[in-house]
Design a protein around this ligand. Structure first.
Ligand code: UDX
Length: 465
């Protein structure tokens, strides 16, 4: 398949030189992948620790496959890192800005100080025609504002152009999503800018990747709309889980039945503890905030409900745990399986798993946490919880086990073997990934979100399957 030929493509004569400003999750992946595609790339960050780690071949976060690509890119001599903006301005023809836009303290708005600073610092140093490309997720209207700002501070004025190229990569699949995306989106204000982006992404476009070209506000909105849609889909099925919980229906069977309708589809329709991470929660809040500012808040006020449904899954999990242990969590030993916001990640930003662990702790439970990759990050956020280094240790003597992040290690565990280690065979499967029957046969009380306490398989479910 053509996709295999993208690795370490030979550089083309006259290829643009690329800088990537911000070497966090998005920027590091983009810089490494651009070098793998054959371009000369300079990664830039204000944090010397990140720059030193990457320059010495170490990826400072967990992402399967990325360390190998970093090594390839460094060995090929196509990737360097610096903290020096003068060097970046002199080096690049196309500058990608990939800095974070976290939720602002005490508000739902996006905090744009890093974006503003990166664009300004670059712009005031650039002395030849160049393209600045934003990749960060920003409120609609930011690119137009930044265009005026950079052209004002730049020595070359309107010769410095700005484009927007939203990024849709998922943690855990960052390399695949960057090298072989579902689509590319270019937001441009001139034909020249579009041409530059087409050159930069040529190897990916040559694979037949769909390209959508629009203006700057449309490109900004694509990202907000996509993440809002995904969050809404997850909260939709979790709202159905709430209905199932009061009617005795089974949300996993319901979801499967819906998924066979090609118009609905099964992706992002997995009921459970809901969404977290560094993107979906803050992006829907920032979008909602921006719509209010623009006077069109009513158009997406449903996103408040999406957020609320999502957060209610966490308190419902705590209710279920309390119910299962007989009414009080005080002094109860809880085994928390997982801390990361999803498997194959060490990211605990807005992690539902860790939030549930925290809520249980606040009710007096003795919470022990094990995550295969996220223990260190989790400990930094909640040092009061106990952390252990293995599945066997976390369940040892537990009164109740909660599966909170669906790592393979937890899915594949043997219920009989786990049963020997716990004090009481009680498990809550908040991600609906375990074999309920296998657990029940091994003597466990198995509970899950959106499903009845004891499963009676309805005859209709066979017709659906
Ligand atoms: C997301 C978007 O998918 C990506 O396109 C965007 O660029 C950044 O935000 P990511 O944050 O890596 O990516 O996570 P994703 O795989 O989308 O999962 C988000 C959350 O939703 C996780 O907490 C996951 O557990 C949860 N989820 C996902 C569900 O609860 N049910 C589902 O069916 C799917």
């Amino acid at each position: 398949m053509a996709t295999q030929n993208l690795d370490l493509v030979t550089p083309r004569v006259g290829s643009p030189r690329i800088t990537v400003i911000g070497t966090g999750y998005l920027g590091a992946t983009h810089a490494i992948c651009m070098a793998v595609l054959g371009y000369d790339v300079l990664g830039v960050d204000v944090d010397p620790a990140k720059i030193d780690a990457l320059a010495s071949g170490r990826v400072p976060f967990y992402e399967p496959g990325l360390p190998e690509k970093l090594r390839e890119a460094l060995d090929a001599g196509r990737l360097r890192f610096t903290t020096d903006f003068d060097e970046a301005a002199a080096f690049g023809d196309v500058h990608f800005v990939c800095v974070g836009t976290p939720q602002a303290p005490g508000s739902h708005a996006a905090d744009l100080r890093y974006v503003d600073s990166a664009f300004t610092e670059l712009a005031r140093r650039i002395t030849r025609k160049a393209l600045l490309v934003g990749k960060s997720t920003v409120p609609v209207g930011t690119a137009d504002r930044l265009t005026a700002l950079v052209q004002e501070v730049s020595p070359i004025g309107t010769e410095l152009e700005l484009a927007w190229n939203p990024e849709f990569l998922r943690e855990g699949f960052a390399v695949e999503d960057t090298l072989h995306p579902d689509r590319l989106v270019f937001g441009v204000a001139s034909e020249w800018a579009e041409e530059q982006l087409r050159r930069v992404f040529r190897p990916i476009l040559e694979e037949g990747t769909p390209l959508v070209v629009g203006d700057l506000p449309t490109a900004e909105l694509v990202k907000a709309a996509a993440n809002s849609f995904l969050a809404t889909k997850i909260s939709y099925i979790n709202a159905m889980a709430e209905i199932c919980e009061t009617t005795g229906a089974d949300v996993t069977v319901l979801a499967e039945a819906l998924s066979h309708d090609a118009r609905i589809g099964g992706k992002f329709l997995k009921p459970g503890l809901g969404f977290g991470g560094g993107c979906l929660p803050k992006d829907i809040r920032a979008f909602r905030h921006r719509a209010e500012e623009l006077g069109v808040g009513d158009a997406i006020s449903f996103l408040d409900q999406v957020d609320q449904i999502n957060l209610r899954r966490r308190s419902r999990t705590v209710d279920l745990a309390r119910e299962l242990v007989g009414g009080s969590l005080d002094g109860v030993k809880v085994a928390a399986l997982g801390a990361a916001f999803k498997p194959n990640s060490d990211d605990v930003r807005d992690a539902p798993a860790l939030d549930v662990a925290r809520m249980l702790y606040l009710e007096g439970a003795n919470v022990v946490v094990y995550d295969p990759e996220a223990n260190v990050n989790a400990h930094r956020v909640y040092p009061d919880l106990d952390y252990v280094e293995s599945l066997a240790e976390v369940v040892d003597g537990a009164d109740v086990v909660l599966l909170l992040t669906e790592w393979d290690e937890f899915r594949d565990a043997d219920p009989a073997a786990l049963g020997v280690l716990v004090a009481e065979r009680r498990i809550i499967d908040t991600r609906n990934v375990l074999d309920a029957e296998a657990y029940r046969s091994a003597g466990w009380t198995y509970r899950a979100l959106g499903r009845p306490a004891a499963v009676e398989v309805p005859a209709e479910s066979e017709a659906v399957a």
